[in-house]
Design a protein. Structure first.
Length: 187
């Protein structure tokens, strides 16, 4: 009787294991990539919020100097907290491929040339070296992102924005003025 019960338990575990394998195999790779991206974005935002909460609040009436000072202070805190950050920490290689695949039809489509021109309208003509966790260069204009592009990308919390620098897409933290991560060559 004990052997029969043990055999039944083993059979149960075997069927659960087979069920888990089928579930794992049925997961949509795009959905899994997006879920992982969201998890990484949420982790960044959690650090951002925690550190921003340690800074004095900006007064209702602020001037550009106070805003810049606050951004730089938050930026230093985030940079210290993420001192080992590297490309791909948020935009994993799978997410980078997904971003490119989502944007290729837009930039190769009928309006692609116009959209690129809108994005690069105020583009800095010099060479920009992107670095994760670095301050966004003060002398480089912050690009616009057309609604057609935003519609293809996962929605972000207010602490992060998609922006373009030359033909690269960055994950920009506007409160800290730093580059959280980037995807090279999206055009």
């Amino acid at each position: 009787m004990l052997q029969a019960a043990a055999a039944g338990v083993l059979l149960l575990f075997a069927s659960v294991d087979a069920s888990e394998q089928r579930t794992t195999q049925q997961v949509n790779p795009k959905a899994a990539t997006l879920a992982e991206f969201t998890k990484r974005v949420d982790a960044y935002v959690e650090v951002h919020r925690k550190l921003e909460g340690t800074l004095p609040k900006l007064p209702e009436q602020t001037d550009p100097y106070q805003i810049d000072k606050h951004e730089r202070a938050l930026g230093r805190l985030i940079q210290e907290a993420r001192k080992t950050a590297k490309p791909g920490d948020i935009f994993t290689p799978a997410m980078q491929r997904l971003v490119r695949s989502l944007l290729v039809p837009i930039f190769r489509g009928a309006d692609g040339r116009q959209l690129k021109a809108e994005i690069l309208d105020n583009e800095y003509k010099g060479n920009v070296k992107l670095a994760v966790n670095a301050r966004y260069p003060d002398d480089v204009p912050i690009s616009t992102v057309p609604p057609q592009v935003l519609a293809q990308l996962p929605k972000l919390p207010e602490q992060l924005e998609y922006r373009f620098v030359q033909n690269h897409m960055i994950l920009f933290d506007p409160h800290a003025h730093i580059i959280a991560d980037f995807v090279e060559r999206v055009f």
